[in-house]
Write a protein that binds this ligand. Sequence first.
Ligand SMILES: *Cc1c(COP(=O)(O)O)cnc(C)c1O
Length: 457
Amino acid sequence: MQKDIALFSELCEVLLSEEQSQPVAKPIPTSDLFSTLDLSLNHEGIVDEELTSKLGDIIKYTPKTASKSFFNQLFGGRIGKATLGDLLAVMLNNSMYTYKVAGPQVGIEKEIIHQISRLVGYPEGSDGTLAPGGSMTNMMAMLMARDLKAPEVRTEGQTKKMMVYTSEASHYSIAKNAALTGIGRNQVRLVRTNDKGEMQAEHLSELIQNDLNEGHIPFFVNATAGTTVLGAFDNIRAVSKVCKTFNLWLHVDGAYCGGVIFSERYKHLADGVELSDSFSINGHKMLGTPLGCSIIVTKHKEQLYKSFSNDAEYLYQTDGDDYNLGKTSLQCGRRNDALKLWTLWKSIGTSGLEQLVDKQFQLATIARDYIKSNPDYTLYSFDDSISVCFNYKDIPAKELCTALYESAELMVGFGQFKDDEFVRMVTINSVLEPDDIYAFFGKLETFVESKLLKTLA
Ligand SMILES: *Cc1c(COP(=O)(O)O)cnc(C)c1O
């Protein structure tokens, strides 16, 4: 093992130097992938030297999500202490289902859940768990809501139309989860949003009333803290009022921007989150841990057990349910995704996480101010969002983003809201500083002037 740790260090050096010299890896066209790199698996093995050399080649061509040119998605960067925690979790290789095999790691997960419940404003005795991704934590919320409303579904299966409500700007996992759980995509009602991409509570109320009139069973409302494209925050207080009126479970999907609960300055964006029944957050987005670190907390501890526990005598042989986390889990064997967040949190404190979150908003303000002061740009996103959406010189966003990627200049994506398509630059990458924001625009402008406009002409 010692030798492999040395090889690992060597490969990390390759990666770190590549990030500096070639922050955007030259993409290999898919048609050339298997002829450019040796990805083959063969009957005979190879010696270490050959293996590290091949891994080095693969590293060179792999997209660099921790470079200063990565603005593509809702994650990015690398924070040393969080990475350290994750590497340690790999070395320890526990499974989180029982106290017997995870020991103190169980306490680490429980402390994270406890602290997040506290920040959300849930009562003592709330509980939660981790799952592989924000899509899965959203699914867990949907399942708890369904089982609370119609407990017989767990044994009998779905027999009636049970209705889900989420805004048209919400994450696609809500509809996908309806399909996966047997609720059915057609039972998902898309609530209209206002110009800023926020759910309209009056429309929600109308949709629920219509479904009740039809004899359907509304059970679940999903509000979003940070929509995937515009980074908009639904008005949780207004949505909660509707949920209370009709006795529906309210979940807040904070996968993208739920991190605002750490910030004195920005937590007002998720005002009323304590009124929800469940809340999910991705540590690997705003909090800057490696993928994946998805957490769900709920006020309804007993429902968490009712929906996810199964008796398994071969597994739960010691200790109480509270410390056997498999009793509240979607999975059986489960990776330790808590240690990376704990290591980061312990080292920089809650105040350090607050600074991480605040910085992303500050960088986004710098980007918006730049755009507003330059007439070649059109801005589509709003204040208090870390998604900065714009177009430059009316160049179609898809064309611009694709050309930047193919020329290995910048990695940035595009998005759509209502009738507009635009570049979506995200300031979540934890290595970014103000200068990198200006460098982004400088690079984009130089690229357009020197290369793109020429090829278009
Ligand atoms: C990213 C995201 C998700 C999905 O999270 P994964 O960890 O990628 O599965 C869900 N909801 C919102 C709002 C997101 O931005």
